[in-house]
Design a protein around this ligand. Structure first.
Ligand code: HEM
Length: 252
């Protein structure tokens, strides 16, 4: 394969996209499965906790948010540099199969929502938490908004964990499963699949943002977000449901 042609460029975008993606999702899992449970052990008042927030979380958040942006941009660039990628997208005239297009569309919509959660919810909330840690370490008064901001970031972060399993399944599956291994190259109900997947994803997102179901700790609808274990179980459940939907709607 020649490297300095359009195909080589598309490959380079894919490679860099996956590199940025593993950096982002690796840190997402670090926050969810390691940092949050570990920092909870410090207790709310602990000086150690504020030092760890300032020295460790600050650095991890830098790599996390820029890797998220790089993943998003490089993912869109794959489309930009691949010949005929969007031609006839989601129609029988597409250069790719309809199951491929449906899979990558759902993967991208989940991924784009995840990147929006990082930049529009998690990072603004974490800035409040970081500023509070520095202020308290310097002898200042604790910001009463910091706990609420931390909770907001936590819910969005667990939401991203829930999305991640299905997002990556559709991302990798678009070229490597929904085509070569998935019998039935075309299907008439691909839009139905995409719409149902988006509605299910959106309900979870609205719950995580507190837009539906309320934000009270006693709200049973928030069960998926109440611990990292619940988020993992929910992620698996969401994937199972979406996989069954692909069997129903994407097979010819
Ligand atoms: C943020 C939004 C994202 C967008 C817009 C996006 C876009 C894309 C596109 C267009 C492809 C090519 C799919 C194809 O037709 O084969 C792709 C592939 C892929 N993406 Fe993403 N992506 C996003 C997030 C992620 C994340 C977070 C990861 C995590 C690691 C990831 C990992 C992958 C992988 C592993 C592939 C398969 C590469 C291959 O098989 O050649 N993507 N992505």
């Amino acid at each position: 394969m020649e490297i300095f042609n359009q195909e080589g460029l598309a490959f380079a975008m894919r490679w860099l996209h996956v590199l940025a993606g593993i950096t982002w999702i690796g840190l997402l899992y670090y926050f969810n499965f390691v940092q949050v449970p570990a920092f909870a052990g410090f207790g709310d008042e602990g000086k150690a906790r504020n030092i760890a927030i300032d020295k460790v979380a600050r650095r991890a958040l830098w790599w996390f948010r820029w890797a998220a942006l790089a993943t998003l941009v490089l993912g869109l660039l794959i489309i930009g540099v691949t010949e005929n990628y969007m031609q006839g997208f989601m129609s029988e005239d597409s250069a790719y199969s309809l199951p491929h297009n449906s899979a990558i569309l759902v993967g991208m919509l989940f991924g784009i929502t995840m990147a929006a959660n990082v930049w529009m919810v998690i990072w603004p909330a974490q800035r409040v938490v970081l500023a509070n840690a520095v202020n308290v370490l310097g002898g200042g008064e604790a910001d009463p908004a910091a706990a609420g901001a931390g909770r907001k970031a936590l819910l969005a972060s667990r939401m991203n964990t829930i999305y991640s399993l299905s997002m990556l399944f559709f991302m990798v599956g678009a070229s490597h499963f929904f085509g070569p291994l998935f019998d039935g190259d075309s299907a008439g109900k691909s839009w139905t699949f995409v719409i149902i997947a988006v509605v299910i994803g959106a309900i979870f997102e609205l719950l995580a943002l507190g837009k539906i179901g309320g934000t009270a700790a006693t709200n049973k609808l928030l069960w998926p977000f109440e611990s990292h274990k619940n988020a993992i179980y929910t992620a698996i459940g969401l994937w199972v449901v979406l996989y069954i939907l692909t069997e129903i709607f994407l097979k010819a």
